[in-house]
Design a protein around this ligand. Structure first.
Ligand code: SF4
Length: 380
């Protein structure tokens, strides 16, 4: 039976970080209540999208899902349970900010089906955290982890960002040392990006911050790979590292073609044939009581064979497992398979791609230029 996932987008943050372009808004308790009602209604309208009654993973992301109270989360899980069964080994992740994890909140999460928490840590340097307008301190990360472990949630992931303005390679190494000393089983690390429309983007435009140069970024990524490997983490996706057996199952599903339903403003869904995404508009979503069909609060794109092929390359080649070439030939035909291998040949020859055991994979050297390689493998 294929695995199916549920994603829920919680569009609230207590404040906005300067680099972030995810859809979220600051709000009060009334808006939260209305959002939860609308979300439950969307679930009623769309629960048969997956054509399955068992979920292998649930991911509550955002925004900041830990802005929701335990009661609000309880209502959401009550609705999930009315429509689906969680598989016995299902992974149920909640994204959280460290400063939201009080001892009571950690215990309340553990009493819900939540069995994994992913925390946005970003750096252990308090000055950088303030610059990024994160609300937490490094000390609060340790407190949050202690509280979650004490409550019985031991599948913990943290996010880090490297290439912060002014950050040196040594400071990044210190961040990694601190992260890898924590009792966490999963780490995601991303280079800082300057997204259009963010405050950080404006600061760069005004010459007030300087972007890390390419050489420093590559040095930081190399350090990331070396230190995580030494600490026993598997590098299983370009930006993701896990202790064996603790790879993120929901996110891995995105990279292996899992079908998933996304609920909430700005959430995306995929059923193998089409992609669908809800408008990033909380007010309209609440007004429509989550009925995205009745109000046209969504967009849909049917995937042509070419789009599915590109999607397959984009997602599979991100992973350490790489692309299964026999499956590619089965899904897209031998002509496409031959054409792909011809396009891959220069990269195999220069050592950025490896073709072994029926798999096509990025090598360590290839990881540094993964975007360029993957797009060069597209047909045009
Ligand atoms: S808390 Fe997360 S989602 Fe909210 S603004 Fe900061 S980075 Fe973005």
């Amino acid at each position: 039976m294929p695995t199916c996932g549920l994603y829920i987008h919680v569009p609230f943050c207590k404040s906005r970080c300067i680099y972030c372009d995810f859809y979220s808004t600051t709000c009060g308790a009334d808006q939260r209540r209305e959002y939860v009602e609308a979300l439950i209604h969307e679930m009623q309208c769309r629960h048969d999208y997956l054509g399955a009654t068992t979920l292998s993973s649930v991911y509550i992301g955002g925004g900041t899902p830990s802005t929701l109270t335990a009661d609000e989360l309880g209502r959401i899980f009550g609705a999930i349970n009315r429509h689906w069964t969680l598989a016995p080994s299902s992974e149920v992740t909640l994204e959280a900010n460290p400063d939201d994890i009080t001892a009571d909140y950690a215990r309340a999460l553990a009493a819900l089906p939540v069995n994994r928490v992913s925390m946005g840590v970003q750096t252990f340097n308090d000055e950088s955290l303030r610059f990024l307008r994160r609300r937490h301190t490094a000390a609060q990360v340790h407190e949050a982890i202690d509280r979650l472990l004490a409550a019985g949630i031991d599948n913990l992931s943290i996010d880090l960002i490297y290439g912060l303005p002014g950050q040196t390679l040594e400071q990044w190494q210190q961040d990694l040392d601190k992260a890898l000393a924590l009792p966490v089983s999963h780490l995601s690390a991303y280079a800082l990006t300057y997204e259009d429309g963010t405050h950080l983007h404006r600061l760069r435009g005004q010459g007030k911050v300087q972007e890390a140069d390419e050489e420093l970024s590559l040095g930081m990524y190399t350090t990331l790979m070396e230190q995580t490997e030494k600490a026993g983490f598997l590098h299983y996706e370009i930006s993701n590292f896990a202790r064996p057996g603790r790879e993120a199952r929901h996110n891995s599903g995105y990279w292996s073609g899992m079908h998933y339903l996304g609920l909430g403003p700005a959430a995306h869904s995929y059923n193998g044939n089409s992609r669908q995404w809800n408008s990033p508009d909380l007010q309209a979503y609440i007004k429509a009581a989550g009925d995205v069909f009745a109000t046209n609060l969504f967009s849909r794109e049917e995937l042509s064979p070419k789009m599915r092929e590109e999607e397959t390359l984009l997602t599979r080649l991100r992973t350490a497992g790489g692309l299964d070439l026999a499956a590619f030939a089965r899904d897209f035909g031998t002509k496409e398979y031959d054409a792909l291998l011809a396009r891959a040949k220069p990269y195999i020859n220069n050592g950025t791609l490896a073709h072994t055991n029926g798999q096509l994979r990025l090598t360590r050297k290839g990881l540094f230029v993964s975007d360029d390689i993957i797009s060069s493998l597209f047909e045009d």
